[in-house]
Design a protein. Structure first.
Length: 280
């Protein structure tokens, strides 16, 4: 009825059997692989090391640090408590010593201040009294020179102006008496005194004040600088001004011509006289 027989039967069944066998092998292999994978995961879980946790160690270390700090704090408080009396005694002793030294220094300063005040008052009293009073009271140390120095300190401009006027008048009197054959000329003496009082004295007071303030000191370089500036700068300026003032007070005419005629002889004579005098 259409069913193959003999060798034809084997050939017809070969393909289905091969397909069925292949399907069984694949299923068996898939099952084996799944079982092996599960077995490997279980073994890895069992072999995995337990996780390390450092929190207990940190907590224990922190507690130990706090305990150590507390012990140090207690020890420090104990040391301070034991040494507090000694420190207090040392501080009190230092304060007492300082008070003693301060008292001694204050007493010495007060003594020196009183002595200095007494000397200042004595000098001031001597400066206030007149020469006649000093002679009457028998003040041996008080002299006219001391009175003049006191006036220089008290009234420098006026004292120097009057001094310049007096020196100019005295110099002219001496010159007219010894070097001139003409009769005495009082107007000439007046012109010298007026020039010294109104012009030379105030100008020289300001000039030498500035010069001594800017170039102070008594060393040879300082003295040389002051003389060079005075004779090289101030004298060439002051000479024609003084000559013109003297001639004006005398009522002279043609003042410019006369000043030019005597300018260089006067300046050179000033250099020959005042440079050595100022150096000394």
């Amino acid at each position: 009825h259409g069913i193959p027989s003999g060798p034809n039967v084997m050939l017809s069944l070969r393909a289905p059997l091969h397909k069925a066998a292949t399907t069984l092998v694949r299923r068996h292999s898939s099952a084996s692989s799944s079982a092996g994978a599960r077995s490997m995961r279980d073994q890895n879980k069992r072999r995995k090391a337990p996780r390390f946790s450092g929190e207990p160690f940190v907590r224990r270390g922190a507690l130990q640090a706090v305990e150590a700090f507390q012990r140090v704090k207690d020890k420090a408080a104990e040391v301070v408590k034991e040494n507090a009396p000694k420190v207090r005694e040392a501080v009190v002793e230092a304060i007492d010593t300082a008070k003693v030294h301060a008292g001694e220094a204050l007493e010495g300063a007060q003594a020196h201040a009183a002595e200095a005040k007494q000397k200042v008052e004595e000098v001031a009293r001597k400066g206030r009294i007149s020469t006649r009073q000093a002679i009457a009271e028998g003040k041996e140390r008080f002299t006219l020179f001391q009175w003049y120095c006191h006036q220089l300190d008290k009234r420098p401009l006026m004292t120097k102006a009057l001094t310049t006027a007096g020196v100019g008048a005295a110099g002219d009197l001496l010159a007219q008496a010894t070097l001139s054959s003409d009769p005495y000329n009082p107007r000439r003496t007046f012109s010298m005194a007026a020039t010294g009082l109104a012009l030379s004295g105030p100008l020289m007071h300001g000039w030498y004040g500035i010069l001594n303030a800017r170039i102070a000191g008594q060393s040879l370089p300082r003295i040389g600088q002051r003389i060079a500036l005075d004779q090289g700068l101030f004298t060439p300026f002051m000479t024609p001004v003084s000559l013109a003032s003297i001639l004006m007070f005398q009522g002279q005419r043609d003042i410019g011509t006369k000043v030019r005629s005597v300018y260089w002889p006067t300046v050179s004579a000033s250099w020959l006289c005042w440079v050595p005098a100022q150096a000394v």
